[in-house]
Design a protein around this ligand. Sequence first.
Ligand SMILES: Cc1cc2nc3c(=O)[nH]c(=O)nc-3n(C[C@H](O)[C@H](O)[C@H](O)COP(=O)(O)OP(=O)(O)OC[C@H]3O[C@@H](n4cnc5c(N)ncnc54)[C@H](O)[C@@H]3O)c2cc1C
Length: 463
Amino acid sequence: MDQQFDLVVIGAGPGGYVAAIRAAQLKLKVACVESEARLGGTCLRVGCIPSKALLEASHQYHAAKHDLGAFGIEVKGVELNLAGMLKKKTDTVEQLTGGVAHLFKKNGVTRVLGHGKIAGPGKVVVTSGDGKTEELTTKNILIATGSSVAKLAGVELDGDRIGTSTEALSYPEVPKHMVVIGAGVIGLELGSVWQRLGAKVTVVEYFDRILPGMDTELGTLAKRILEKQGLSFKLGARVKAARRSGDGCVVEIEGQEPIQCDRVLLATGRVPNTDGLGLAEVGVAQGKRGDVIVDDHFRTNVPGIYAIGDVIRGAMLAHKAEEEGIACVELIATGYGHVDYNSIPSVVYTHPEIASVGRSEEQLKEAGIAYKKGSFPFSANGRAKAIGNTEGRVKILADAKTDRILGAHIIGHAAGDLIAEVAVAMAFGASAEDLARASHAHPSLAETVKEAALAAGDGAIHI
Ligand SMILES: Cc1cc2nc3c(=O)[nH]c(=O)nc-3n(C[C@H](O)[C@H](O)[C@H](O)COP(=O)(O)OP(=O)(O)OC[C@H]3O[C@@H](n4cnc5c(N)ncnc54)[C@H](O)[C@@H]3O)c2cc1C
């Protein structure tokens, strides 16, 4: 193999693999170093994709058991085949990770299997599983090594009963009682999966609300809906310890009775992956969380070394990593590249879904920005009624003077898809009136977005 490259990307997650493909399209000679046999990173192997596969499967199971009667469909003898459900998830992961390998071949990206370490500017040493090393020389290095689960003092992870999201994607049986530590996105999604399949689920959260950081009105509504589904919450509760006890586990919470359970999921956040990368030796500056510090052009303090995705500042989201990967290699190849952080959506794939883009009401108040708000409930939308998904609402926040859209917050069926329209509108600098005047197909859930935009102006029609 010719070991001389224009760009060596370390990490083949959504940030790294997308950057590698885009760089190859821009005619750079690219290698991508990945220590795992399967490409696609956390997202494809143990994150976004397997969790969404299980969310969909568990939703269908739950719907078949409880919801189809409302449509005049009588289903008897619905049974869970957990092994079959897990296989479907694994098949999906295999197809998609295989797809990335295919895209590498198609675009001429050189795939290097092993652990990458920066040995100096322009030098990456790759150590394979059997201890063999090879050195790649390159004009530029892109760190896209992602993140892994943040540990919590006192929680004794054993890779089995007390585990992370990775274990919770593959429990071999439905837990009787699962305790989720952390009411963030991952905790709520995986808690929902196992609750739908029959587990009792208790979510313990240090803050006094779920989904910290998300628009408060939306968070409050989400908690009410999830509680109705059967999830139980202990908020403002500090977990002191979680450990094995006999066949099960015990979770100790400050000032409360300990909880006995058979599975614990630790989901209190993720930390950047920089161990063994050689950053200190090369002099790459890191922040307090261990993140790689970059400027607006993804440059570290060492010339020729860049970083993107979960390993740098900002939201830990696959599509944020992708945008950064593309912008970074476009900057390297052409001198131009940009990410519009203001219009990056975030989605919680519970049922109903919870989606946000732009600023929350709290953030606007804090920044002293005068805003107006329009909201519209799913219960007043014809399509939502027809498909039996009337829970939730759309809220659009627009500048009080200019009407420019500043944020949107949606809880409701397919919110994760509906938010895309607002994200595009925001990227184009649209006003709420622009959104309201655009024709939306009838009957469609997207009409809730149009109506919320109307409500931010003179008023919605259908309420
Ligand atoms: C359960 C779960 C569900 C999630 N759901 C969503 C979702 O629905 N939507 C969303 O946007 N985000 C979701 N995320 C977050 C998302 O997975 C991450 O934000 C995203 O994967 C980050 O991409 P990345 O490319 O920065 O890093 P990663 O995807 O973490 O990839 C980094 C890669 O680098 C490799 N690597 C690390 N160090 C080295 C080294 N030294 N040498 C070689 N290879 C190395 C790792 O093996 C890994 O494959 C979820 C995460 C989890 C855990």
